[in-house]
Design a protein around this ligand. Structure first.
Ligand code: SF4
Length: 201
């Protein structure tokens, strides 16, 4: 059976899709097929919202600090399912909901999707990776090319109007202290939180 839900530490993760417009040089999918004890996160087919909700009903949701849309792909690729599942969780459980994203959802859908998250998503965690546009392009290798960096930053700023916590992240030890300082300045300018995270968190 394919893995739609899996646990990482005290959070429950939701794996909606394997699609992604990027081919990051560091993508975990290149070197493993699972996270912790998840089993393979490669999907035979993308689950419907009803299939995800059926699996949520089997869980003791009181065990989880946070519910996270993440998985082995970009969650925004499965936006309609994500929104339906998030609405179900909000209506039935108190757990805060986070999306881990590359921030390219507006490019994927060709429109501003930020207002869709109002009242549904508590935290939008976006991979900043590096403060430099050219370095970002080399690392993330988005099919949208150099437009991706600016679109990601704009997405982050727009999200602050609809989502309580907007976080831009870099991975610890992958950039210099000076670059981390530049990332902090970017976050200050956009009005979002900067977080330096571990490789797989
Ligand atoms: S955005 Fe995420 S899923 Fe997509 S290639 Fe990069 S690390 Fe992998």
């Amino acid at each position: 059976m394919m893995t739609i839900l899996y646990e990482v530490r005290d959070n429950l993760y939701i794996n909606l899709t394997n699609r992604c417009p990027c081919a990051c040089t560091f993508c975990l999918r290149q070197t493993r097929n699972h996270m912790d004890s998840s089993g393979s996160l490669w999907l035979d087919h993308e689950p419907t919202a009803a299939q995800v909700i059926d699996q949520l009903k089997l869980r003791d949701m009181t065990r989880y600090t946070e519910i996270v849309f993440c998985g082995f792909g970009e969650p925004m690729e499965a936006l309609p399912v994500l929104l339906e599942v998030a609405a179900y969780i909000k209506a039935h459980y108190p757990n805060p909901i986070r999306i881990n994203t590359n921030g390219q959802g507006n490019l994927i859908h060709g429109k501003n999707i930020e207002p869709l998250f109002k009242g549904l998503i508590d935290t939008m965690s976006i991979s900043l990776n590096t403060p430099d546009e050219d370095a970002y392009d080399r690392i993330v290798r988005s099919k949208y090319g150099k437009a991706a960096h600016k679109a990601m930053l704009t997405f982050a700023q727009n999200c602050t109007r609809y989502i309580p916590h907007v976080v831009l992240t870099t991975v610890s030890t992958t950039i210099t202290k000076e670059e981390e300082s530049q990332c902090q300045q970017i976050c200050d300018r956009l009005g979002v939180t900067y977080r330096i995270r571990e490789y797989d968190s």
